[in-house]
Design a protein around this ligand. Sequence first.
Ligand code: ATP
Ligand code: MG
Length: 417
Amino acid sequence: MNDLLPDQSPVWQYVENTFKRLLSRYGYLEVRAPVLEQTALFRRSIGEATDVVEKEMYTFDDRNGESVTLRPEFTAGVVRAVIEHGLAHNQTQRLWTTGPVFRYERPQKGRYRQFHQLSVEIFNLEGPDIDAELILLSARLLRELGLSDQVTLELNSLGTKEARAAYRATLVEYLKAHREVLDEDSLRRLTTNPLRVLDSKNPEMAAMLAGAPRMLDHLDAESEAHFERLKASLDETGVRYVINPRLVRGLDYYSRTVFEWTTTALGSQGTVCGGGRYDGMVEELGGKPTPAIGFGLGIERLVLLLETLELVPASVHEHLDVYLTALGERAQQRALPLAERLRDALPSLRLQLHCGGGSFKSQIKKADRSGARIALLLGEEECERGTVGIKFLREEREQENIPQAALVERLALELSA
Ligand code: ATP
Ligand code: MG
């Protein structure tokens, strides 16, 4: 679990502001559900035989002996809220949420125990048009962050529950015939969750898995048409993708469309964003049958990717425009109201007031270290004459002294330059 320190938080804000702006451009609304839910919610929605439920959840009894769990992902909690408040009764919802999620995993680069996701969830739209919109939204987000060339969209369809059950039988038969190459995990999954075997990264199983029967060849007619229309929409809008017939995703609840955005720049923690359709979940959790689709995007991995590839714009770290110094008692007293006047007049101005006194030299040093472009100098003489000094900290420019009355106009001009 990481602390987010002030030298890093601007990058997070840059990422968060980028997706918030984007989601509002698509007309999506925010929901915030509790961090803690009843354990049963996750067991039922994510699935007993998944890594998350089997070994990654932070689960404990509260003082009343009730089993509760820190959310390991967002979808289950959002679905619970949607059912509880009737949000999907005769209406559609395009929702997003963000915050921390918790999984007891082996910590490593790109894998933490408290991490953060942006989760987008859509209810009561059957697709494939909305599937395409959701994928386009994720594509635009990655594009706005400058990552288009660094990520690949992988796409697959898992069909309906019924088609999947029939396929599962075929797959199990094939896997059993190759039992001798299955590792321990896969042998266990053979009975609990055989589709997950396809997802194995074990190189010794790669050849065997390459020859396994593909879900895509066992789709029901409607799922197949759905998948074809989705691909056509992506083709039309110029979003490139690769079909990955072994993409199954880690959680149990998916049906039909599944997708991932992956990168090779982060080693084995290469999935930045993953999502898909979960048409059965609302009903499974006690609501009316409600088609749904969504994705979860890992913010740590996105930030790591931006930093690794040096794609964070330098301006992200510039957090101040002006540092106002105040030398001497009288100047210190005048500086506070001056700072407030400037903030009144220039709402976008980012100004820090020097507090705590000290010598001119030490104040200028602080101004320089603050990253501000401009230091305003207020001393005894400036107070006397009603002027203020302007020192350009990042440019080869003469220091100036101007009337305080002209300062607002002058700063506005400098800021727009
Ligand atoms: P992985 O295969 O990497 O374990 P996952 O399938 O468990 O990923 P999801 O449950 O789909 O991941 O979560 C969505 C996104 O959250 C992932 O694509 C990834 O970017 C991020 N993520 C998942 N687990 C972690 C973690 N422990 N630390 C940081 N980010 C994570
Ligand atoms: Mg995982």
